[in-house]
Design a protein around this ligand. Sequence first.
Ligand code: MN
Length: 267
Amino acid sequence: MPAKAVRKGGARSRAKSLKAYREKRRFEVTPEPTGDERSRTVRKKGPIFCVQKHLASHLHYDFRLEHAGVLLSWAVPKGPSLDPSVKRLAMMVEDHPLDYADFEGVIPEGYGAGIVMLWDTGTWKPSPGFEDVDRAMKKGELKLELDGSKLKGSWVLVRTGRGAERETSRSWLLIKHRDSGAAARDVTVTAPLSVKSQGDFVDILLADEPDLWRSNRPARGGESGRMLLEILEEAVRRKEKGSRSAARRGGKRTAKKPTKKRKKAAT
Ligand code: MN
């Protein structure tokens, strides 16, 4: 009986917690998961964590932890640092559905429009003494262990601010603890690629529908706009190069294998 009650409660709070996520999105134009489906995400040895590198209005890294049926989420502008002396700002954002944990692709328009790369994923667990994650979140300090491809070992998320301000603050810091997973190198530079497709932003764009996106991409300036423009230009170069070598091999320009996504988009 108690187990059933917990599950029911979990479902209620999950629906409520994904309200902000759903309100920001139009699912008829975005490939992102609605959170309605039963999770297809492969179950591993524990709760999932993921980091999605997201080129939107600004480049940032979305750090997500599976908890109570959703992904607790923070946007980390500079990305995680393996250096324990570096504190990285992590802005708490709305909970995301569990299915989002392996999402990679192009968001053509609307909220978060841009390119999402699955930069790291694995499992996580709260450190000893922090097993009550809800309590830790409320108190604003969560020590945790990550077992990913790029991020490993012990970390802490700590909310900033003083007194009453601290209780409502959405600003946290993500800090590495000193252990074998720590390093002085900048992991965002030394390991920039996807752990899902092994590609970069250009590859992700090419695997999607670059032509469609080029024609109605969001207008945007600044560094993110410049990066986006470079990625689009490189995508065009790689696409043309690919077509030329396919032609040399005697293939047709259209002899491109339809990807799963393409098939899906066509239906
Ligand atoms: Mn984001």
